[in-house]
Every structure is written in structure tokens, then in C-alpha cells.
Write a protein that binds this ligand. Structure first.
Ligand SMILES: [Zn+2]
Length: 400
């Protein structure tokens, strides 16, 4: 411990913020990093040297850009540097992939859920496949992040209302995951969070939410509707991690029955089964729900009147929900994921009109509504969760 604050201390404090700027692509050069951090060129130089020594970034000293201004070193994440393991549990199975800094996911592997109603069995399978992927890669793995389709209460990391997984409410998913990771002999930091929250974080850092200050994210991938708010780059968690559970907003008091016991929640009025029901189609349990919604959207685009009516009905319900949330939260951008992104593409004018009619702040379309752009936002978000300790203190995690 240094007795006084030296420039080295200031440099260490800047390592995390600097790494995040390179990680998100916000600082492609050292001069961009210098101005974004508000530090001297000497400090920025020391910080980039340190991050390069930790194998986190590369510094290319050949001048970037044209002839205007002072040439600056180019910064990029180091592709041979450490990786994290991203995992996602969803209604159709689970997925694992390795991820580098910069938001890039390696090839992902999909597996069915063994005994879906048993959290222990499911988490054991996830960790077994994760360990195999880590063992097969020469790079150092420094964290494991898991996205789950249930609210996760903080600080205990318990899954509450895991309605679509049939897990007991209050399942200590964080502790169970840590036990499985320890039993597998992995020494990596572990964390778990709600899938919609993580997708929002990934879209904010690497996707359609980049640059927004108050990003509202709403999505539906299988059953139910998830939401999240990213404020100034940080997830808004509420007092216990349960903020933005927009699925339980009532958008039709006489609507479809929800697993929560109420009728007409956004969860059951604007998810894939809602579209299939409105189109008069049975859910095929053997096929992913998103694929089945794509059939309805394609039929609607081809002129099928019943399919088009279903798309409009569900778009209107979604619009009511979005408008209600906009009125309360005053976001500067709305990003829609998965099924909702497809609905937006299918009926952009209708969704914008419903939101404008029902939302005081959304009038005249001042709040852009955009589709998510990342291929697998939830999995990318699980990687962001795994990177969190490194981004907070790169030297603390990697320097030992
Ligand atoms: Zn409900």
C-alpha cells in the first residue's frame, strides 16, 4: 500500500474505465481514450501499457487516420487475451459459448434441458458443458456468467417467479451455480442475472442501445415478456434486483390468463403464444416458439388476413405496455429484442402510432424505437456479467 496517492494509483483507478472504453469501441485510439478519461497523455500512455501487459488490449503504434491532427496509437482488444464463459438457460434448452472482450462471442453450443424442473440437474449440465469448452481452449478463462429466464433477487441471487422454468420460487441459483463450479474444479468468478437485464446491457454496450443515456429494453424470446433499463451505462436494478418486470403490466383486464393469476398481463398478451393464439394456431411443443411466430409474420406479410389481424392485435398490446413504461421512465431510446424486434419490423408504423397515442412523452415519435441488433443478446449479456470484475479492477483480477 502506498502512503500517498501517486500517479501510479491514479493510473490503476483508470484501468477499468479505460478497458471499458476499448471494450465498447468508444476509444479506438489513445487520443480518444485520453479525452474520454480526462487524463494527461502520459497517464493514458501508462494505462494502455498496463492493459497491454495484462494481455487485455493491443496498442498499434503505427499512426491511425489521415493527416489531420496528431497521429494516435490504435487500440483494440487482444484476441489472444483472456476469455469468459457465457451461458444462457432458456425454455428450449441451454447454450454456452466463450467470449473475448469487445463483445464477440465464439461458436455457441446448444443442449436440451435435463429434468427442466430440477435447478441442480440443469446447473450441473450447464457447468459440465462450460468446463468442457474452457478445457478445450488455450486461453485463460477468468469468469462465468449465466443468464436465466427469471427475475433474480439481490443480494442473495435467488430465482423468484421462475414461472417458465418450473423452478421453486426462491431457488438460490447463485449459490447452486457456485457449488457446481467448485465441484467441477473451475476457479473462475461466477455470477447469474436475469436474461432481459443482461440482453439490455449487451445492446447498450455493443448494439442498438449504444450512446443512449436511458435505454428501455423490452423483449420476449419464448414465453413471457422481460424488460430492463440501463441508466448512464448501469443496469437499474431497483431495491432488490426486481425492477422493470414489465411482464406483469396489465394491458387488457379481460385478456388471457397469466401464470401469475391475473388476466391480460403483458407477459401473456405480447409473447409468442399470444400471437399464435390470435392467429388461431396451436402451439407445437416440438418447435421453438420463435420459429412458429416467424411463420405467422411471413403469412401476414404475404397477405393472410387472419395472420395480419393477429400481428396488429399483439402489436397494439405491446404498444400499450411500452407507452405505459415510457410515461413512467422517460427513456431516450427503446430497443426491442427477439419476438418484439420481429413485430417492430413487421409493423413499424402501427407500433409507433400506438406508442405515440398512449404515451405523453412519446408523442410525435421523439423516442426512437429500434430493433435489437446483436445475434444473441442474452448470451452476449452473460459475457458482460462475467467481465464485470475484470472491468472493475483489471489488475486485481489478472495481475496476481
Ligand atoms: Zn401476470
Amino acid at each position: 500500500m502506498q502512503p500517498t496517492h501517486t500517479s501510479a494509483d491514479r493510473g490503476r483507478a483508470a484501468l477499468g474505465p479505460a478497458l471499458e472504453l476499448v471494450h465498447t469501441g468508444a476509444a479506438p485510439t489513445r487520443s480518444a481514450l485520453t479525452s474520454a478519461l480526462g487524463v494527461t497523455r502520459a497517464t493514458a500512455g501508462a494505462v494502455t501499457c498496463e492493459l497491454e501487459a495484462l494481455n487485455l488490449i493491443t496498442v498499434d503504434s503505427r499512426p491511425a487516420g489521415g493527416t489531420r491532427g496528431r497521429p494516435s496509437h490504435r487500440l483494440a482488444v487482444d484476441p489472444s487475451g483472456p476469455v469468459v464463459l457465457a451461458a444462457q438457460i432458456h425454455a428450449d434448452g441451454f447454450t454456452v459459448a466463450l467470449a473475448t472482450l469487445g463483445g464477440a462471442l465464439g461458436p455457441h453450443r446448444d443442449f436440451p434441458l435435463p429434468v427442466p424442473a430440477s435447478p441442480e440437474r440443469v446447473l450441473h449440465a450447464v457447468v459440465t458443458e462450460a468446463a468442457a469448452l474452457i478445457a478445450a481452449d488455450p486461453r485463460r478463462c477468468v469468469g462465468l456468467g449465466l443468464a436465466v429466464p427469471t427475475p433474480v433477487a439481490l443480494p442473495d441471487r435467488t430465482a423468484v417467479a421462475a414461472m417458465y422454468l418450473d423452478w421453486p420460487s426462491g431457488t438460490p441459483v447463485g449459490d447452486l451455480l457456485e457449488q457446481q463450479v467448485a465441484a467441477a474444479g473451475l476457479s473462475v468468478a461466477v455470477d447469474v442475472a436475469n436474461d432481459a437485464n443482461l440482453a439490455a446491457l449487451a445492446e447498450h454496450r455493443h448494439g442498438a442501445g449504444r450512446g443512449s443515456r436511458h435505454l428501455l429494453y423490452i423483449t420476449s424470446g419464448h414465453r413471457g415478456v422481460g424488460g430492463a433499463l440501463v441508466v448512464e451505462g448501469k443496469l437499474h436494478t431497483g431495491s432488490a434486483g426486481l425492477a422493470l418486470e414489465v411482464g406483469q403490466l396489465t394491458v387488457d383486464p379481460d385478456g388471457r390468463l397469466c401464470p401469475c393469476g391475473n388476466r391480460g398481463c403483458l407477459d401473456v398478451e405480447a409473447d409468442p403464444p399470444a400471437l399464435l393464439a390470435a392467429a388461431g394456431r396451436e402451439v407445437d411443443p416440438a418447435r421453438p416458439l420463435l420459429d412458429q411466430t416467424r411463420d405467422v409474420l411471413a403469412d401476414a406479410a404475404a397477405g393472410d388476413a387472419r395472420a395480419r389481424g393477429a400481428v396488429e392485435h399483439v402489436t397494439d398490446r405491446l404498444g400499450l405496455g411500452i407507452a405505459g413504461v415510457i410515461n413512467i421512465l422517460n427513456p431516450d431510446r427503446v430497443v426491442l429484442g427477439a419476438f418484439h424486434s420481429a413485430l417492430l419490423v413487421a409493423a413499424p408504423d402501427r407500433l409507433a402510432r400506438v406508442v405515440a397515442e398512449r404515451s405523453y412523452w412519446g408523442r410525435s415519435g421523439q423516442i426512437p424505437i429500434a430493433p435489437a441488433v446483436l445475434e444473441r443478446s442474452e448470451l452476449a449479456g452473460a459475457a458482460e456479467l462475467a467481465w464485470a470484475p475484470v472491468l472493475a479492477d483489471p489488475l486485481g483480477v489478472l495481475g496476481g
